[in-house]
Write a protein that binds this ligand. Structure first.
Ligand SMILES: [Zn+2]
Length: 263
């Protein structure tokens, strides 16, 4: 077997960058700096096997140089240590971290909006076939369906866990059915790629999730009604534009939400 190696990586450049940045993640976790770390790294793909022009099996290995940007943030405890907080400052820090202030912090940081809660009529373009109603007062445009798709960010084929409905930033998001809010993330704007998001348990194993909100207006444990405003459309987390990423799960397995509607 003929093995041909193509190294796209510019190794010398990688080495130089590694020296400049102190190489790897160590530089991002030490010191008082909270700045993003930018470095060059390398990505390799599984060997690609194929027959060449003469019919001989051939293997190609490809390594690519990639730009890696690492963003880190410190926990309150790390900050207290780095800034040498006094006992009194640490006492205040503990008080401010009390769960009763979570909503206040989320509001200060922009992920929680007071108000909401009103009932609105869902758009009637799609007729419900089951227990869920349309989660927006507008039809929106379905830009990505549930299932396999070409990832809009990486360009690779991957599985899409929900349905993307593009509409204007700030459009109210309506609970698709009565239920209890089980996740109300208005604090962490990345939210594990979902951004600010809400999850509702509708009972009977049915759950819905609303991601990439500009802000939310419900809290964990809150009871909501179908059509109640729970948040607003945005593009927080891993999103390329303003849209609602809507997921539905049945007994913990994700399902295609469009099965709950006819056109
Ligand atoms: Zn999506």
């Amino acid at each position: 077997m003929k093995i041909r190696k193509i190294l796209v990586a510019v190794i010398s450049l990688f080495m130089a960058a590694a020296l400049l940045t102190g190489c790897g993640t160590a530089s991002s976790t030490s010191g008082a700096s909270d700045l993003p770390v930018i470095r060059l790294g390398s990505d390799s793909y599984p060997p690609y096997n194929y027959l060449d022009e003469d019919g001989n099996p051939t293997t190609t290995e490809i390594t690519e140089t990639v730009l890696v940007i690492e963003l880190t943030h410190k926990t309150p405890d790390e900050m207290a240590a780095d800034y040498h907080f006094t006992t009194r400052q640490n006492t205040y820090l503990q008080l401010l971290q009390d769960p009763q202030y979570e909503e206040l912090w989320a509001e200060l940081l922009g992920g929680f909006a007071q108000g909401g809660g009103e009932l609105m009529n869902p758009d009637s373009t799609r007729t419900p076939t089951g227990t869920l109603q349309w989660p927006l007062p507008v039809a929106g445009t379905i830009t990505s369906q549930f299932g396999h798709r070409v990832d809009p960010i990486t360009g690779e084929v991957s599985s899409h866990t929900g349905t993307d409905i593009a509409c204007a930033e700030g459009t109210p998001i309506l609970a698709a059915a009565d239920g209890t809010v089980t996740v109300a993330n208005g604090l962490d704007s990345w939210g594990g790629s979902y951004g600010y998001y809400i999850q509702i348990d509708h009972g009977g194993g049915l759950e819905t999730l609303y991601a990439h909100c500009s802000s939310i207006c419900v809290t964990t444990g809150q009871q909501v009604q179908a059509g109640q405003v729970i948040g607003y459309v945005g593009h927080t987390g891993r999103a390329t534009g303003s849209h609602l990423h809507l997921e539905v799960s049945v007994d913990g397995n994700r399902a295609d939400v469009l099965r709950y509607f006819t056109l």
